[in-house]
Design a protein around this ligand. Structure first.
Ligand code: TRP
Ligand code: SF4
Length: 400
């Protein structure tokens, strides 16, 4: 593929915190300058687990968009939208459900894991079981080929790939495919057509991946050729039928090293977070009251940074010199814990300051935020409609 289209979504289930910022948002912000990016609020996904607390969703959607914008997601580079405002996702989900074996859904590891983890909720619902398929629809509807995810989401992307393959296998076999593909080759012109044939042979006879890539690029670059013909040529390269849905790749986001206030991973469920809009006093208080190495009872007791959650924050936020100061000072009881925490407080506040300033500006101007999202939804819908046209066509729904 000539250009990567990146898609990622986040559930609106509460305030975003430094864990989201360091784990996800910084990645999005980097990616938005490198590739075409679509970022969406996964409100239907939130309902799969929070169906009984819709108020959380309602409250969180706009706040989350404000957090994204404040963190630096740039609507001039990335398309920001809300899942439920692009109802085509639901249509694709329904259509894909027709070909999705139940056993594939039951096999997705998050299904049983989450049911066990959230045992207080009744998650024996149809929506919860089908949630990975809804995610597949989110991805496939944009023909997104790059999905940045955390480790836990990898099985969902693999599942999506299997669904795309199954779909293409069932519906990609149009009548007279080979003749149509041959006719499309002619449309490339004699020189490029010959090059296509040569690359196709190289791939099919010796599995030459580079030839495959070059042939794909050749097709992508071709001006004035219909999408249908491009898809035929892509499918013909690999010997199969037409490629209607694109198999996505995932890019594993570097695991967030963001520790929470207690040394566990920062997460709302551990109640150890600093939210992006936490006020200055609260940030200072939370860090000042963080537990430290339990062996340091008195100021004169030496400590061990390896046994202290504050040190983990120094690893994220402090430069080498400060880290050295902590290592030596802690082990020799040269510094006290409050003293040790001061630079962390300062760094966290420095990181939050510009974010909070931008958040305040957006919060004051709800119309601006709504316009950004409305525009994003419009753009997303246009892409989604194109895919749905092909899908309906393939599934016998374009009759008049
Ligand atoms: N399932 C993701 C999560 O819970 C959110 C999500 C929904 C998503 N659809 C997606 C992520 C599509 C990437 C691509 O975090
Ligand atoms: Fe932790 Fe710093 Fe205290 Fe050592 S000096 S125990 S690293 S807070």
């Amino acid at each position: 593929m000539a250009i990567d289209r990146v898609l990622s979504g986040m559930r609106p289930t509460g305030n975003l915190h430094l864990g989201h910022y360091n784990g996800v948002l910084k990645n999005w912000i980097r990616l938005q300058h490198e590739q075409e990016c679509l970022f969406f609020v996964a409100d239907w996904h939130a309902l799969t687990t929070h169906y009984d607390t819709p108020e959380i969703i309602e409250e969180s959607v706009w706040e989350m968009v404000i957090d994204w914008l404040a963190a630096g997601v740039d609507p001039a580079s990335a398309t920001i939208f809300i899942q439920s405002r692009v109802p085509e996702h639901a249509e694709l989900h329904t259509l894909l459900s027709m070909i999705t074996p139940l056993s594939w859904l039951e096999r997705v590891p998050t299904y049983k894991d989450q049911q066990e983890k959230l045992a207080s909720k009744d998650l024996s619902t149809y929506g919860f079981l089908g949630y990975p398929l809804l995610q597949s629809a989110d991805i496939l509807i944009y023909k997104a080929n790059q999905v940045p995810v955390g480790e836990d989401q990898i099985p969902h992307i693999e599942f999506t790939r299997e669904i795309a393959r199954r779909f293409n296998h069932i519906y990609g076999k149009e009548k007279g495919f080979e003749e149509k593909a041959e006719a499309a080759i002619k449309k490339l012109g004699s020189k490029r057509g010959a090059l296509y044939e040569e690359l196709r042979m190289a791939y099919q006879t010796s599995g030459d991946e580079e030839a495959l890539e070059s042939a794909r690029a050749l097709i992508e670059e071709q001006q004035g050729m219909s999408m249908g013909d491009k898809e035929r040529l892509l499918g013909y390269l690999e010997g199969g039928g037409k490629i209607i849905l694109v198999e996505p790749e995932y890019s594993l986001m570097p695991a967030s090293k963001m520790p929470g206030l207690d040394g566990q991973k920062m997460s709302k469920s551990y109640n150890n977070t600093i939210s992006l809009r936490e006020n200055v006093d609260s940030v200072a208080k939370k860090i000042k009251t963080m537990p430290t190495d339990p062996a340091r009872v008195r100021r004169t007791d030496p400590g061990d940074p390896e046994k202290c959650p504050v040190w983990q924050l120094h690893e994220v936020y402090s430069d080498k010199a400060t880290q050295e100061w902590v290592q030596v000072g802690c082990r020799t009881a040269g510094i006290g814990c409050i003293e040790c925490k001061t630079p962390v407080i300062e760094s966290v506040l420095a990181e939050l300051k510009p974010i909070q300033e931008r958040a305040a500006q957006y919060a004051e101007d709800p119309t601006l935020v709504k316009n950004i999202v409305a525009e994003g939804c419009e753009k997303a819908r246009k892409l989604a409609r194109e895919t749905m046209r092909d899908v309906r066509d393939a599934m016998g729904l374009n009759y008049s």
